[in-house]
Design a protein around this ligand. Structure first.
Ligand SMILES: [Zn+2]
Length: 205
């Protein structure tokens, strides 16, 4: 296994020794409310721990999913289609693993099919799977392309992500207007500069 495939494999949650109950998680939020100087028993906050944990289970629902299952169903009837398949500007919301603050942006995902194609919504589902975990943008970009390479086995693939990091906007350096760009290319997208340029041109249109 190379370092790329190792990135798509683990589902950290399963490795946790201690199974944390929902009740314990809600209590932890209550503790944080007290720590910031709030009264968790006042009317407006009574249900807040429940709501926060409910939101967390949405934000971090990607740990229970397997990329293999998303890319399992493929189609071989392609009428000899031989060009890139691109799904561009797919919006996503993730959270940075350093501050648990939102990362909000767009991803463009392309692959050059070999024998099989995949339902196009599956690329968006794959993005969601990795976005709904604590992330860095670099790792998420690599995880997406590695999952495509491992499970779809195309001739090549490309991923481009541009996102705003709220930990830079609302804290720390307080920069409001910068975005972070990451990209990964494999196979023909890495070897063929003109194909890579065409991908980058198409997503900027
Ligand atoms: Zn951060």
């Amino acid at each position: 296994m190379n370092s790329y495939t190792s990135l798509v494999k683990p589902v950290q949650k399963k490795l946790n020794k201690k199974e944390v109950t929902r009740d314990e998680a809600e209590k932890a939020i209550k503790t944080i409310l007290e720590w910031i100087g709030e009264d968790p028993n006042r009317e407006g906050l009574l249900e807040t721990p429940k709501r926060v944990i409910k939101a967390f289970s949405e934000h971090f629902g990607g740990y229970d999913q397997d990329p293999k299952e998303i890319l399992l169903k493929t189609f071989e009837e392609t009428e000899s289609y031989d060009d890139m398949v691109l799904l561009k500007n797919i919006e996503f919301e993730s959270h940075c693993e350093h501050h648990m603050l939102p990362i909000i942006g767009f991803a463009s995902i392309a692959y050059f099919p070999d024998k099989e194609i995949v339902g196009i919504s599956k690329l968006a589902r794959l993005l969601n799977l990795f976005a709904k975990r604590l992330q860095t943008q670099e790792v998420m970009t690599a995880q997406i392309i590695n999952a495509i390479e491992t499970h779809l086995k195309p001739i090549g693939s490309a991923v481009f992500i541009e996102a705003e990091h709220h930990c830079m906007k609302s804290r720390g350096v307080h920069k409001q207007n910068c975005t972070m760009v990451t990209s990964q290319f494999r196979g023909c997208f890495a070897n063929d500069k003109s194909l890579q340029d065409r991908f980058l041109g198409l997503i900027k249109q």
